[in-house]
Design a protein around this ligand. Structure first.
Ligand SMILES: *[C@@H]1O[C@H](CO)[C@@H](O)[C@H](O)[C@H]1NC(C)=O
Ligand SMILES: *[C@@H]1O[C@H](CO)[C@@H](O)[C@H](O)[C@H]1NC(C)=O
Ligand SMILES: *[C@@H]1O[C@H](CO)[C@@H](O)[C@H](O)[C@H]1NC(C)=O
Ligand SMILES: *[C@@H]1O[C@H](CO)[C@@H](O)[C@H](O)[C@H]1NC(C)=O
Length: 600
């Protein structure tokens, strides 16, 4: 492995310039190890007679051409086509031009246009998404929290409109993130401290208030999440793909966990009872509309004794219709039996207390709220319309109280027990992944700091992510919507993740993960037909993976041999290894690595 890295990331002159700029601000020892030093191999859009040119740049036979998904699917002899350069940010299910064609049928008053809308198969591209011009191997964590390559996310809009609020500034060939946000110009740390004080009556911080998992709605460039890490708090951050261009792309380029999503007409793809805190700062979500249906979704996601932190003009302004909106919010939250515990410095905080069943039943009797029918929690929240009701939970939920952050990793959730998983199976899964991680890193043969953004595409109980706790990574745990809901169990271990149906592309930008792990993912989808054929899933893997990123695959033998055959056509290098499976039998593990190529 690693034989395809040639040359240097930047010519020495501009390289020196960046270094000079950085050295002023950063401890110098970072620079050598945390910048990539790889140059791409090239794909020519002109027919090329040989596969390698004399000056050391390889060429590939793949054609650059706009190619749609045809049925039946055929992969060209020359390799999978490469999409034209202008598709370098292609996100199939958040494609503005496709959504525009749906507009007449979308409920714009509820911002339905911001949700996922996947085009039908024949309108999906079936070509490899190329990197933009001048793409560089991303800067490594932790330096990436503050600096990313400018050309990797070539969008000036955010810096123009949000620079004054310290979201992001331009600095030569880099973007610089000072750690601010609209509501926390002076940096997220100070803001996080203030929230801690508000929640604890000045006696503690968010950690002592029991906050372990946070959902950040409309997260911007996700500085809030980055600065919660020192408190051992894990955050799921999302934002829609809207006029705040590419905020999620910035977040992921920085190495901070985030995805594209929107709170609109459907349940968010996270399980019930998953967060101790939901945060919406400088919130532009209309919670007071539609009988508070969006607040009811937050109620579903909050654990008992969880907080809703809201900062927006209705919480502090006395002009226009803000006071009426505030009154509506107070009426709605009161009916839901939330208690307002603090309101100052433009921020309001509610708590969803756990002693509310009697309160809820009383309010239901007075027709202030509706109580939901008993909800089948074993079913993933995927494509489920929002419900205008509150679920009444058992008040002895206290017995399921989860321990603090670190101990939470080994929790065997009641909710896993309910879907028929036994504790021995769970424990042996944890041990198994602990071992496998050591093998994986040995076989990938890269420094730990090379890998930051990780996705476990078929996460089961989260054992893979738990085994990575002491690595400098974050893990998006994905539980396929076609399986049983084990994601609740993953959240109960203090980890984050999402439901997803791999028959559709994921809600992320291209080139956002350093490592994808697909443990028996393909075989789960083998009978689901067009759209989730092995080739479709490989194409989506390729889109999500950064140049020189890894894809680790385990599956049934016939799947593995097919992938090995196809990998070169996707411009992946592939190595086959044998490792023990859970039954202590040897099985094949493919370590694939996406080449660093670019259109010449
Ligand atoms: C290598 O050759 C290609 C095509 O002949 C040219 O465009 C490219 O600039 C060359 N690269 C270097 C590093 O000289
Ligand atoms: C970045 O975008 C600007 C404006 O769209 C364009 O002129 C420029 O060539 C782009 N730079 C790179 C490196 O792609
Ligand atoms: C803080 O203390 C006041 C006065 O004792 C009390 O009314 C309020 O509920 C407390 N707030 C919190 C968040 O505990
Ligand atoms: C809030 O509830 C009160 C009491 O029921 C009612 O008088 C008031 O009109 C409500 N306010 C709004 C904005 O709905």
């Amino acid at each position: 492995m690693g034989g395809f890295a040639i040359g240097s990331a930047f010519d020495s002159k501009s390289g020196q310039m960046i270094m000079a700029a950085l050295l002023l601000m950063i401890v110098s020892f970072y620079s050598g190890t945390l910048f990539g030093n790889n140059a791409p191999l090239y794909i020519s859009h002109l027919p090329s007679p040989s596969s390698s040119s004399s000056n050391g740049t390889s060429r590939f036979t793949n054609k650059v051409t706009l190619t749609y998904r045809k049925t039946p699917l055929a992969i060209p002899e020359t390799g999978v086509d490469v999409c034209p350069l202008k598709f370098n940010e292609y996100i199939p299910c958040h494609d503005v031009s496709y959504v525009a064609t749906l507009m007449p049928n979308l409920d714009v008053s509820r911002k339905e246009e911001l949700e996922r809308h996947c085009p039908p198969l024949e309108k999906r591209l079936f070509c490899l998404v190329p990197p933009p011009m001048d793409y560089k191997i991303p800067i490594k964590w932790p330096l990436s929290r503050d600096y990313v390559w400018r050309s990797n996310v070539n969008h000036t809009h955010l810096a123009e409109v949000k620079g004054g609020q310290n979201w992001v500034h331009e600095k030569n060939q880099l973007w610089w993130f000072p750690g601010g946000g609209t509501h926390f110009k002076n940096g997220a740390s100070e803001y996080i401290e203030r929230l801690g004080h508000m929640i604890t009556n000045e006696t503690g911080d968010l950690r002592s208030a029991g906050v372990v998992q946070v959902l950040d709605l409309g997260c911007g460039v996700a500085s809030f999440s980055a600065y919660l890490l020192p408190l051992d708090i894990r955050t799921m951050s999302f934002a829609p793909k809207d006029n705040h261009e590419n905020q999620i792309q910035f977040a992921l380029e920085r190495g901070i966990g985030a995805m594209i999503s929107a709170l609109s007409t459907k349940q968010l793809p996270y399980p019930t009872d998953s967060f101790e805190m939901i945060h919406c700062s400088r919130c532009r979500i209309d919670f007071h509309e539609n009988d508070g249906i969006l607040l009811k979704e937050l109620d579903r996601l909050l654990r008992s004794n969880g907080y809703f932190v809201y900062s927006a003009p209705p919480a502090y302004r006395k002009d226009k219709d803000f006071p009426v909106i505030w009154d509506t919010l107070v009426n709605l939250t009161t009916a839901m039996c939330w208690r307002l515990i603090a309101r100052k410095v433009q921020t309001a905080i509610w708590i969803k207390e756990n002693n509310q069943p009697s309160c809820l039943l009383q309010n239901a009797e007075q027709k202030l709220i509706n109580v939901c029918d008993v909800n089948d929690e074993s079913k993933p929240s995927w494509n489920i319309p929002l419900k205008n009701c509150i679920q009444v939970r058992n008040s002895n939920a206290e017995s399921n109280k989860l321990p603090p952050s670190h101990e939470r990793l080994s929790v065997f959730s009641e909710r896993l027990k309910k879907i028929g998983i036994n504790q021995d199976e769970f424990t042996s899964d944890s041990l198994f992944w602990h071992d496998q991680i050591r093998h994986y890193w040995r076989l990938m043969n890269v420094k730990e700091t090379e890998i930051r953004n990780v996705m476990d595409m078929n996460a089961f109980y989260g054992g893979f992510a738990v085994a990575l706790t002491n690595f400098p990574v974050w893990v998006m745990n994905v539980v396929p919507a076609t399986t049983k809901n084990t994601l609740s169990g993953i959240f109960d271990r203090g980890l984050i993740g999402t439901f997803h149906d791999w028959c559709e592309p994921f809600s992320s930008y291209p080139r956002t993960y350093d490592l994808l792990h697909a443990n028996y993912l393909f075989s789960q989808y083998k009978n689901l037909g067009e759209g989730c054929l092995l080739e479709d899933i490989m194409l989506e893997m390729d889109r999500l993976t950064r140049s020189l990123g890894f894809i680790i695959i385990r599956d049934e033998e016939h799947v593995m041999s097919r992938i090995q055959e196809l990998a070169p056509k996707f411009l992946w290098d592939v190595e086959s290894h044998l490792l023990e499976n859970k039954e202590k039998k040897m099985e094949t593990v493919l370590i694939c690595r996406k080449k660093f190529w670019a259109i010449l």
